[in-house]
Design a binder for this molecule. Structure first.
Ligand SMILES: Nc1ncnc2c1ncn2[C@@H]1O[C@H](COP(=O)(O)OP(=O)(O)OP(=O)(O)O)[C@@H](O)[C@H]1O
Ligand SMILES: [Mg+2]
Length: 424
């Protein structure tokens, strides 16, 4: 029995698969993907006509069934990922809990994937023609195919199946952000600004949620495994119960300084002025992402505005960490000249950046291994809007106060889960 039928019986997503065509669509989707594999260019010069010989009418039917399937899943309401969701199951997972979690994860990933596909399909034709946007679309189609191929019920019970499904998903989508960002930079001029903002804002927030669901699931499985080997974890999936914030700040500061060495051959000190001992319950990967982007901007401002008089590369960027019960606040203060008012209006726009040309080539980028992702100090214009998205997911905030001609203060505010949610 396949996953599509399976959902009918488990009840969790009752009403999800009401229509007969969906079952049909699944079988046709398999046929379609076989057809795609057979007929897409092989790159080895072999004749493409050797693939499945599907008459146009059948091909049309298959395509329209897949469209219906995508539309139906895309319409399903998706509850936001909250601390309640993340803390509903804790390690060690009982058998039925692991199974219920698998159903939830796969189900939500299916809905998100279809939403992403539908959103791309609704873009104007000229935009979808862009090879990078087309590539993002192909990746989501491939995810849909994988999710629909999970065998029910054994696939969902089988830990290895879930682990490989989620690991592959994370690997496959590692670069979708860069792919989409490059694509949108290329087509921006053909497309209305507000539409671009709405599309990217929703698309990237969905993408963050998808990634979070997969990593949370994998982390819970790993913590359960370790529990059975006698190693108790203090974490609940991606949620870290007691993260020492100053350690993370130091690590991120070092990492961004490594990037600065590659791009500029210069460094800027990062100084924690207050709050060395503060610990907080949060999602380290989200906070790490936001700190990285904020430091990239601050260190870049110090380096680019440094001269023989102000010696900004020697002046530290200052970090203050304060905790009040269930709220964490971090202020990052730089002295890099602030943000010009014209830039301030647009800094939360996707693809808005003041980076016009490539920075000095220090030659260091030549040493990055082929295929390894080079995380540049700046350039895509996705930094601040993505930080906002990450912060707002769990009721946090990101505020910026700039003193033009002097420097910039960035305020990060996080609210943690309640004590009750953390109890075993
Ligand atoms: N601390 C800062 N000091 C001065 N200007 C800043 C600061 N932070 C942001 N900005 C301005 O806001 C713009 C937008 O920032 P954002 O981080 O979104 O994009 P980016 O840094 O240009 O590219 P990306 O972050 O995607 O690599 C920057 O290009 C820069 O002009
Ligand atoms: Mg940036």
């Amino acid at each position: 029995m396949n996953l599509l039928c399976g959902f009918r019986y488990v009840g969790v997503s009752s009403g999800l698969l009401r229509h007969r065509y969906q079952h049909l669509a699944f079988r046709q989707f398999r046929l379609y993907s076989r057809w795609r594999k057979e007929t897409l260019p092989r790159g080895d010069g072999r004749d493409r006509s050797t693939g499945l010989n599907i008459p146009f009418e059948d091909h049309y039917k298959i395509r329209s069934h897949i469209e219906l399937l995508i539309q139906d899943y895309a319409k399903k309401p998706i509850p936001p990922i909250t601390y309640e969701y993340l803390t509903q199951y804790k390690s060690p997972l009982q058998n039925n809990e692991e199974y219920m979690l698998s159903i939830q994860t796969v189900n939500l990933l299916l809905c998100y994937t279809c939403r992403q596909l539908q959103a791309i399909q609704n873009l104007p034709y000229i935009v979808v023609l862009n090879p990078n946007i087309e590539l993002a679309n192909t990746l989501y189609l491939s995810t849909l195919e994988t999710l629909l191929n999970v065998e029910y019920p054994y696939g969902l019970h089988h830990r290895d199946t879930m682990v490989s499904l989620l690991t592959n998903f994370l690997e496959e989508h590692q670069d979708t952000l860069t792919t989409l960002a490059v694509g949108f930079q290329e087509v921006m001029k053909f497309y209305d600004h507000d539409h671009v903002f709405r599309f990217l804002n929703l698309h990237l927030r969905n993408r963050i949620s998808m990634k979070m669901l997969a990593t949370h699931h994998l982390a819970l499985l790993e913590q359960s495994d370790r529990f059975h080997h006698g190693i108790r974890s203090n974490d609940i999936g991606i949620l870290h119960r007691d993260l020492k914030i100053s350690n993370l700040v130091e690590q991120v500061g070092e990492f961004v300084n490594d990037l600065c060495s590659i791009s500029y051959d210069l460094n800027v000190p990062v100084n924690i002025v207050e709050g060395h001992d503060v610990s907080f319950t949060c999602i380290p990967t989200s906070l790490e992402y936001v700190l990285t982007e904020v430091f990239k901007n601050s260190l870049r401002a110090h380096i680019e505005r440094s001269n023989a008089e102000n010696l900004l590369t020697q002046k530290p960027v200052e970090v203050t960490i304060v905790r009040n019960d269930n709220e964490l606040q971090i202020r990052i203060r730089d002295f890099g000249g602030g943000i010009p008012p014209t830039v301030e209006e647009k800094m939360f726009d996707y693809s808005y950046s003041t980076v016009a040309e490539k920075k000095n080539d220090t030659g260091a980028e030549a040493y990055v291994l082929p295929g390894e992702h080079v995380n540049n100090v700046s350039g895509m214009g996705f930094g601040l809007p993505m930080c906002k998205a990450y912060m707002e997911m769990f009721g946090g905030r990101l505020d910026i106060q700039s003193l033009w001609g002097w420097g910039t203060d960035v305020y990060i505010k996080l609210t943690g889960p309640s004590k009750e949610m953390l109890q075993s």
